[in-house]
Design a protein. Structure first.
Length: 256
């Protein structure tokens, strides 16, 4: 896999370049200026660009906008507030500095997986249309929704931001000023509030069931009622979620 690094801090650029080379990634160029980076990326055509957001007069989003060639993009930054915009730009990943070897490996694993998907898709499309140029196919694949983050939500935890599929989330719970996003595979801890998640999540997929819980409608296994009239939800991981009295109308709407 070949890459270009766009980073205006020399030490950060050096450290990232060294880590990438140690992981077997070929670094074609290291640029510290947005305009120069655009020309370099279009000329060198790397598989992926590791792109800093703050680049002096311009930012990383400007670089993406001006590119003719469409590589995979991994944003690298010290700031978490650009995660949503990066998500909207179909970034493969959003990595907070300082970048650790373990975190970089997660990103590279994701890139390798996407590359394999792209190769399979190229073969499918070429079988269907022999005249279509490979380069055109790859550019199409790298920007199409099936390989983007449009069905994912960014979750900031510790020093990283993970993009999690809506469909993987079983429920989200708030407890003692912390919020926990529960999937069937992992549990993410974040400082974001339930109210913030309620705004981000699609209302046709998620239900506010309690002041401390948002649940995935698709992951509800059973609705439980006891003799006292209280209602709970059994999720498909067998966790039991209480339904607050003021939220019972939300449940009724999906049961009708």
């Amino acid at each position: 896999m070949k890459c270009v690094i766009v980073e205006d801090e020399k030490i950060q650029a050096f450290m990232l370049e060294r880590l990438l080379k140690e992981e077997g990634i070929e670094v074609l160029a290291v640029e510290n200026d947005a305009e120069v980076a655009i020309k370099s990326i279009d000329a060198l055509r790397p598989d992926v660009v590791f792109l800093d957001i703050n680049l002096g007069a311009y930012d990383g989003f400007y670089v993406i906008e001006k590119l003719s060639y469409k590589p995979y993009v991994v944003f690298t930054t010290a700031y978490s507030e650009y995660a949503i915009k990066a998500f909207e730009e179909n970034a493969v990943d959003y990595v907070l500095k300082p970048i650790s070897r373990e975190r970089l490996k997660k990103t590279l694993d994701r890139l390798k997986r996407l590359n394999q998907e792209a190769i399979s898709k190229v073969n499918e499309i070429r079988d269907y249309n022999q005249d279509m140029r490979i380069e055109k196919v790859i550019n199409q694949i790298r920007t199409e929704p099936s390989l983007s983050n449009r069905n994912k939500i960014p979750i900031e935890s510790d020093n990283e931001i993970s993009f999690v599929d809506f469909d993987d989330i079983v429920y989200i719970m708030s407890d003692n000023a912390m919020t926990y996003v529960i999937t069937n595979k992992e549990k993410y801890t974040t400082n974001e509030t339930l109210k913030e998640y309620e705004k981000k999540l699609p209302s046709d997929k998620f239900l506010r069931a309690h002041k401390s819980y948002i649940v995935s409608i698709d992951h509800i296994k059973k609705v439980l009622k006891n003799y006292l009239g209280s209602t709970s939800l059994m999720m498909d991981n067998d966790d039991i979620i209480p339904v607050g009295r003021v939220y019972k109308d939300n449940l009724k709407k999906i049961l009708q």
